[in-house]
Design a protein around this ligand. Structure first.
Ligand SMILES: NC(=O)c1ccc[n+]([C@@H]2O[C@H](COP(=O)([O-])OP(=O)(O)OC[C@H]3O[C@@H](n4cnc5c(N)ncnc54)[C@H](O)[C@@H]3O)[C@@H](O)[C@H]2O)c1
Ligand SMILES: [Zn+2]
Length: 357
């Protein structure tokens, strides 16, 4: 299945096995290529398997990644490794890995020799349906996440569903939290299809369909607002809360779990602001619960609020949020009084109660 050509200007291949489409793509470019792979053993093994039959491939370079290593130092390490392996301006770089690989390798390709062609093979669910779509690449600094980067489109993206076989459950859940977020943005069938699948075991899920649907939602938003002047900000639904919970818990709460908490909190904030119906809020909570996502947290409200106050979305004294008006209608930049935010954070310390029912 190929998506994105029309909306983003580059193809996104959603495939059970990326081997054949990747080979045709590389052959079609008529260039030498080199593979950069997340050194995580399962990802590296997959990268090697994919590289075996690629035409004119200079080899596979394992790079040790992980969020704490998503730093500028990786760019220099990668550039040195590329030179040592004989890559030059006319070498196509293929990155293999999750979202960290996408952001790091994509930035390295954008900077190496002032920019060389890049394609990403996504191996985590989150990279398939979120990180590899939209051309944002970058690294973290000690001051925060993704602070150094740029917009740089790949030549193609391959969602290699085969790789999901080795992806830990916790990482599947991280990707699913973003899929729920996309489904709230799009509403309609996108949301209903997740509701229908949620009670079934993941092994039975039609991943191609789920990834393709989510990719199409993100691609449509990115197409309308690539540089994030307005609409693209709606992709941050739940994320102001999520970042606060991640940081206030000392990153013990994983991103996917934090996004699930953020989606409940955003829904409750919208409900209390009189703009989101109780029935729709309950639908979101029911879906998150069926997917095994957490709905409450032990992070004290005041700790989460303190973390949020440092968030860059705070302007002229009030916090701003991306909030749902309805499933299928989400608005960015909604100003909310501190007292209401704090009361929602207090409610988040317990499971959804009568006030939410
Ligand atoms: N550029 C964007 O628009 C965008 C959007 C969302 C998130 N991101 C970034 O994406 C990153 C998170 O992505 P992620 O969750 O994929 O993180 P990740 O790349 O660190 O992958 C998560 C873990 O799964 C492992 N892994 C990946 N594929 C695997 C596989 N097939 N089998 C076994 N293990 C596998 C990785 O080694 C890692 O340990 C963050 O840095 C975030 O900032 C970027
Ligand atoms: Zn996210």
């Amino acid at each position: 299945m190929v998506i994105g050509n029309d909306s983003l200007g580059y193809p996104i291949f959603v495939c059970e096995n990326a081997e054949q489409p990747l080979r045709s793509f590389v052959r079609g470019r008529g260039m030498r290529c080199i593979v950069l792979a997340d050194a995580q053993p399962a990802v590296l093994a997959r990268a090697r398997a994919l590289a075996v039959r690629l035409p004119r491939c200079l080899g596979v370079l394992p790079i040790v990644l992980g969020e704490p290593r998503k730093r500028l130092a990786r760019i220099e390490e990668i550039a040195d490794a590329l030179i040592a392996a004989g890559a030059d301006r006319s070498t196509l770089i293929l990155g293999v890995g999750g979202g960290v690989a996408n952001d790091t390798f994509g930035l390295a390709a954008a900077l190496f020799m002032r920019g060389v062609p890049y394609a990403h093979v996504a191996t985590s669910l989150l990279a398939m349906l979120d990180a590899s779509i939209g051309g944002k690449v970058g690294v973290d600094t000690s001051a925060g996440k993704n602070l150094v980067g740029r917009f740089s489109d790949p030549m193609a993206v391959f969602a290699d569903l085969h790789a999901l076989r080795t992806l830990p459950f916790r990482e599947i859940r991280a990707g699913l939290a973003e899929a729920v977020k996309h489904a709230i943005l799009a509403g309609g069938e996108s949301f209903e299809s997740l509701e229908l699948l949620a009670p079934h075991r993941f092994e039975r899920w039609p991943w191609a369909e789920i990834v393709a649907r989510s990719v199409a939602i993100k691609a449509a938003v990115v197409r309308a607002d690539r540089e994030e002047r307005g609409l693209r900000a709606t992709l941050n639904l739940g994320h102001t809360f999520a970042h606060a919970y991640e940081s206030a818990s000392g990153y013990r709460i994983a991103h996917g779990a934090a996004v699930a908490l953020g989606l409940r909190a955003a829904g409750l904030l919208a409900l209390r602001g009189g703009r989101f119906s109780r029935a729709e809020h309950l639908r979101v909570l029911a879906l998150l619960a069926l997917l095994g996502m957490p709905l409450s947290t032990r992070v004290p409200a005041e700790a989460a609020f303190a973390a949020m106050r440092g968030d860059k979305k705070r302007r002229d004294g009030a916090l701003r949020f991306v909030l749902p008006d309805a499933i299928g209608l989400v608005r960015a930049d909604v100003r909310v009084p501190d007292a209401r935010v704090r009361s929602v954070l207090r409610a988040m310390e317990a499971p959804p109660g009568d006030a939410e029912r």
